[in-house]
Design a protein around this ligand. Structure first.
Ligand SMILES: [Zn+2]
Length: 219
């Protein structure tokens, strides 16, 4: 008797699962399901099948979310790169953008070492670079003179008045003394306060340097 009942119930189950049966039929099916594991399983399977389209939709949404997340990863990757570039720019500006240190008597002194060697001694906290020419002959006030031009540069990080990064090592004065040439090879030394980089690099317009240079040492 139970088997017949099960077959009848299984015939009705699709309708029951779809929710299109009358209340009486529904009651009857539920009474049967309460006592029959097999039909209960059947209902479970049917409901799972019904759920598949919904799951597919859900997985589509997941896919979309995943793609969007990938996009977000790309966007945040780009912004990390951008931030990096900006930081690099700031870094270069602070550490490598150099300008000429204005001349001051107390800051830059020409001294003589070992009786015959001219050196430039820097008394500031720090500098970035020094550029100096070899002695060159110029006619100054009708006299031929052997001239050295020099200038120091500083950056925000390495400046004559302050050091951005603290240096725990004691100051080694040798780092601040630059050997120029033998005294006998030089008549005058000029400091060029303006940006003379181009003239220094090309070396073709020295006379313009003379006009604005500051005489800092004379034999
Ligand atoms: Zn049954």
């Amino acid at each position: 008797m139970k088997e017949i009942n099960c077959n009848i119930i299984k015939d009705i189950l699709p309708l029951y699962v779809d929710g299109v049966v009358s209340d009486d039929t529904k009651e009857m099916v539920e009474e049967h399901l309460a006592n029959c594991e097999e039909c209960k399983k059947e209902v479970g399977l049917m409901k799972q099948e019904l759920n598949i389209p919904a799951e597919k939709e859900a997985s589509f949404i997941k896919d979309f979310k995943k793609k969007w997340r990938n996009k977000k990863i790309i966007i945040s990757g780009l912004s990390i790169i951008l931030t990096g570039l900006i930081l690099l720019g700031v870094f270069s500006f602070v550490f490598h953008y150099d300008r000429v240190v204005p001349y001051a008597e107390a800051l830059i002194k020409i001294e003589i070492q070992d009786d015959d060697m001219l050196v430039s001694h820097y008394y500031g906290v720090d500098y970035y670079s020094i550029s100096a020419t070899h002695p060159q002959t110029f006619k100054i006030d009708g006299k031929e003179k052997k001239v050295i031009f020099l200038y120091y540069t500083e950056t925000i990080a390495n400046s004559h008045s302050k050091k951005l990064i603290g240096n725990k090592k004691p100051r080694d004065e040798r780092d601040f003394i630059f050997t120029l040439d033998k005294k006998k090879n030089v008549d005058v030394i000029y400091y060029v306060e303006f940006d003379a980089k181009e003239i220094f690099d090309n070396g073709n317009d020295w006379s313009t340097l003379l006009e604005d240079a500051v005489l800092i040492w004379e034999k």
